[in-house]
Design a protein around this ligand. Structure first.
Ligand code: SAH
Length: 462
């Protein structure tokens, strides 16, 4: 058989033999109000594509148009609907199918989704590989091993070293060979987010494997991101295994953060900024800091611990700000130096400018403005606006830490936008740091979309 059509996830498909003779075959405006995802993989243009149905009695498979196999040969894991010549057999969404070039040569095993502009997402490039529960155990084990080997583990029993970090992204979707699957760890709670029909098909098997390999108290499912709709999947939010602890938290470089896994944004916390938050701590001493889009206070707490003179934090979400205030208290940080403001950053920055306020260090970490390149122009206006205002509010010699988590905005384009903002603000600025997501968000070389988060720390001339 060549697909998993109507098979349960525990029933493996077997690679086909001798069938090489096949002959035929991100909502975001410039002013977003939430940040379900930070531009991560899984964003597709809207609307179900029109796919050509092939021979329903043939072995199920995806046959590409002549010449459209090139991206797969470069090991990019997505098959766009426009590249598909026809679908043979009568496969269901989530089935594993062979993808073949126009001459019938095998290219990959991929999860089929007729409702998405991404018709298939590749599980494996090896024809002999069987996509079954064992396949997922291997991929998940490898992802866990990468984190074990690469994440800094401070020595136990050394003051702040002990228990310094207990959060990590354990599985980063395409970049870990598991398209559409995100798993974040907060202590002994795992939060799983499924954003593709293929991962949805294997949901229970994946949960069992995570339970077995990680033994968490709870696996919570937050499959309610915007991109699920684009994949034709219903939102889901609830406990998958175990019981949700009364309070979930994460320790990051010794700072404790409460994580609202059920109602918070994304999976509850933005693990991707861990290293960049730590950098903020080293830059904050003696400075008046403005943290825009502060969520539950990540950058603010680091800045306070780093000795900032004052930290004004702004976010549109009252819920996030309430947690931020709790986080401040439970870390024993000086509340006198912290001010929280519930506001739209676009308006708040203008107000601060009109009031003649100024800062030594400004952090801009907005939600994704461009889920795909199609939104890039509109998003660019949003980035230009806040960065221009940021530059204007900086004192001479001040620092701007500015981020984009838009998959649709390249690093190069982001730098150009920021350069344009500095020019219009009439300031000269130098890049002192180029930043990305932490090491638990690896980027597959063949999948540059995985590098969604980019940041610059700039120093304006004194
Ligand atoms: N820097 C944070 C993560 C920021 S997530 C951290 O390290 O944890 C982006 C935040 O932007 C979210 O908290 C969301 O509520 C907020 N947001 C989105 N649009 C906004 C707007 N127009 N004005 C203010 N906040 C906004």
């Amino acid at each position: 058989m060549t697909s998993q059509k109507s098979k349960s996830p525990s029933t493996p498909h077997r690679p086909s033999q001798g069938n090489r003779d096949f002959r035929n075959r991100t909502k975001r405006s410039g002013k977003p109000t939430d940040r379900q995802e930070k531009g991560e993989q899984g964003n597709t243009p809207r609307g179900a594509p029109q796919l050509q149905v092939g021979d329903a009695t043939a072995q199920p498979g995806i046959i590409l148009r002549a010449g459209r196999e090139k991206s797969l040969l470069r090991r990019h894991p997505w098959v766009f609907s426009g590249a598909v010549e026809r679908i043979d057999g009568a496969p269901h969404s989530g089935d594993t199918l062979p993808v073949r070039d126009a001459a019938g040569n095998f290219l990959a095993w991929a999860a089929y989704n007729p409702d998405s502009q991404i018709t298939a997402r590749v599980w494996s490039w090896r024809e002999e590989e069987v996509i079954d529960a064992e396949f997922f155990r291997r991929r998940i084990s490898t992802a866990l091993e990468v984190r074990r080997a690469l994440l800094p583990r401070p020595p136990a029993g050394e003051g702040r070293g002990e228990g310094m970090n207990n959060g990590a992204r354990l599985i980063h979707a395409e970049s870990d060979g598991l398209p559409g699957l995100i798993v974040d760890q907060y202590g002994d709670t795992l939060v799983m987010q499924i954003g593709s029909a293929g991962a949805e098909h294997w949901r229970d098997a994946i949960a069992d494997i995570l339970q077995e390999l990680c033994n968490p108290a709870c696996i919570y499912e937050r499959s309610d991101s915007d991109s699920r709709g684009l994949e034709g999947l219903e939102p889901r939010n609830g406990v998958l295994r175990g019981a949700l602890p009364e309070s979930v938290g994460v320790v990051e470089h010794g700072l404790r953060f409460k994580v609202d896994v059920a109602a918070g944004q994304k999976t509850g916390f933005y693990l991707d900024q861990r290293d960049n938050r730590a950098l903020t701590e080293t830059l904050a001493a003696g400075r008046d800091v403005l943290n825009c889009f502060c969520y539950t206070g990540g950058f603010s707490l680091y800045a306070l611990r780093g000795g900032a003179k004052s930290v004004l934090s702004i976010d549109a979400s009252g819920d996030a700000l309430r947690i931020a205030a709790e986080n401040l208290m439970c870390n024993g940080l000086d509340a006198m130096r912290a001010e929280w403001q519930e506001a739209d950053v676009f308006q708040a920055l203008r107000k601060l400018r009109d009031q003649g306020r100024s800062f030594d260090f400004i952090i801009l970490d907005p939600p994704k403005f461009a889920p795909t390149a199609a939104f890039a122009e509109k998003a660019a206006r949003g980035y230009k606006d806040i960065n221009l205002l940021g530059f204007k509010l900086l004192r001479p010699g001040g620092l701007l830490a500015t981020y984009s988590c838009s998959g649709g905005i390249s690093e190069d384009l982001f730098q150009k936008i920021v350069a344009g903002a500095a020019l219009d603000a009439g300031v000269d600025a130098q890049i002192v740091h180029r930043l990305h997501a932490s090491a638990d968000h690896p980027v597959l070389l063949s999948f540059p979309e995985g590098a969604y988060l980019k940041g610059l720390v700039l120093r304006v001339a004194g």
